[in-house]
Design a protein around this ligand. Structure first.
Ligand code: NAG
Ligand code: NAG
Ligand code: NAG
Length: 326
């Protein structure tokens, strides 16, 4: 039962004030009181876990820092501070947990029990690792050990300014890819900045100066639907989303594959077994292995090779805040 609207309870306070009431009204009040009681006893308890997770039912489960510790972050991103890495010294565990703390009360990494929680962290970081990797076939430690090597696009071929949108470009500012799930284009910086209440349209450089903010922007994208009435990557991964008949016909089903569909649409999905898709899957599975879960727990619908995009780029042009990938 949803919480009762305060107005609904106001007749009770009139009683306290000594108003005379008819039997019918008394009956109503008894029903209302019983209903209010049922509502309060059915209301799930909320928990606090210090600064990391406050005042939410999700905080009753383990927090991310309880099952994902600094040594695990170091394992996953073991080469990020190698001398050849572009972002040496930038990314760290503390920034990730600080950023995650904003979204843990909303269910990020705190939904569904420990296995699902660990899998969601592996899935999110799998996207991050793949998009920030400078690993290649012969790299030491293997191509998957190089996540969080970059914090920005190195040789932008353009300034990613599209003046026809709600978020006009600031003169002299470039909107090349930056961050943990790199953001491209003025309209994406504008929309994500609105979501975070940070002026990223005028200051896209914040995403390459502040690792906490960069992780926050990435988790915001993971938790937020790209368009109204569409699910978020979080929703499709943790099983909060029920496919409609249209989704089923378009082969969109809950799982890791649909997270790529939400975040990248037809840049990655619906094109068969392409490298851009397989690279993201490989990072996810490598992290599952390193976290001791094992890739056998990757889950159903791991890829999106046959999925039609939630948000086809031809139909909607580039108006949605979907960041392009390089
Ligand atoms: C917390 O974890 C339990 C399993 O340990 C799970 O059943 C429950 O759904 C989780 N709570 C939330 C809010 O996801
Ligand atoms: C980095 O970003 C975080 C999150 O928005 C903010 O709390 C913090 O103050 C920022 N740090 C600096 C040095 O600006
Ligand atoms: C289902 O797909 C059809 C054809 O693409 C479309 O016309 C219709 O609006 C869709 N229905 C929903 C509920 O999205």
């Amino acid at each position: 039962m949803p919480p009762l609207h305060p107005l609904f309870l106001s007749p009770l306070s009139h009683t306290m004030a000594g108003n005379r009431l008819s039997p019918e009204v008394w009956m109503l009040l008894l029903v209302a009181a019983a209903c209010a009681h049922a509502a309060s006893s059915a209301k799930p308890k909320v928990c606090d876990k210090g600064w990391e997770c406050k005042a939410s039912v999700y905080c009753c489960n383990e927090t991310i820092s309880e099952f994902f510790q600094v040594y695990q972050f170091e394992d996953l991103f073991s080469k990020r501070n190698a001398p050849v890495a572009q972002a040496v010294g930038f990314w760290d565990y503390h920034s990730f947990i600080t950023a995650a703390a904003v979204y843990e009360p909303l269910g990020f990494g705190t939904t569904g029990g420990k296995l699902m929680q660990m899998k969601e962290v592996a899935a999110f970081l799998g996207h991050v690792g793949s998009k920030t990797s400078c690993g290649y076939g012969v790299a030491t430690g293997g191509p998957l050990a190089w996540g969080l090597c970059y914090k920005r696009e190195m040789s932008p071929s353009q300034s990613y300014c599209d003046q026809s949108y709600d978020y006009p470009c600031t003169p002299g500012v470039d909107y090349y890819g930056r961050g943990a799930l790199p953001v491209y284009w003025n309209y994406n910086y504008g929309a994500i900045g609105d979501g975070l209440k940070v002026d990223l349209l005028n200051h896209p450089e914040y995403l390459e100066q502040n690792a906490t903010l960069a992780f926050q922007a990435a988790i915001y994208r993971w938790m937020t639907p790209m368009k109204k009435k569409q699910p978020s990557a979080h929703d499709v991964f943790v099983g909060k989303w029920k496919p409609t008949k249209n989704d089923t016909l378009a082969k969109r089903l809950p799982g890791f594959g649909a997270t790529m569909n939400v975040l990248y649409g037809d840049l990655v999905c619906g094109q068969g077994s392409i490298d851009a898709m397989n690279n993201i899957i490989s990072h996810y599975q490598y992290y599952l292995d390193l976290m001791g879960i094992g890739r056998q727990s990757s889950g159903d619908n791991l890829d999106c090779a046959e999925q039609e995009a939630f948000d086809p780029s031809t139909a909607s042009s580039t108006s949605s805040p979907t960041a392009a990938s390089t």
